[in-house]
Design a protein around this ligand. Structure first.
Ligand SMILES: [Cu+2]
Length: 106
């Protein structure tokens, strides 16, 4: 079990992401990639996309180009504010999670 203090000391740290936090994207489809500082068990990790004021959609995790990334695809993006929630299991057995806010504009 993870205590609150362990969760705060996240082992899987996001190094970069598409979209970046607070980025505005203009396309209807978005190839999502989150790169971590450690190897990730993609089969036991999750992503969920929340449209602010709208519905939440679970995004299937796609086969990743490398072992330290999570990939997914968002489609049918309408203009608005979004929050991408991720939960990742790193291979050392620790679960970490976080949120990436972004916006869609035409
Ligand atoms: Cu860890």
């Amino acid at each position: 079990m993870l205590g609150a203090s362990e969760t705060a000391l996240a082992h899987a740290i996001v190094l970069s992401s598409t979209p970046r936090a607070d980025q505005t994207v203009r396309s209807e489809e978005l190839a999502i990639e989150i790169r971590f500082n450690s190897r990730i068990d993609a089969a036991r990790s999750h992503m969920k996309l929340f449209k602010i004021g709208g519905e939440a959609v679970a995004l299937p995790i796609l086969d990743a180009a490398s072992a330290d990334t999570l990939n997914a695809k968002a489609t049918g993006l309408e203009p608005g504010a979004y929050r991408l929630h991720w939960q990742a299991l790193s291979l050392d057995g620790h679960i970490t999670q976080g949120d990436i806010p972004f916006a869609v504009s035409r």
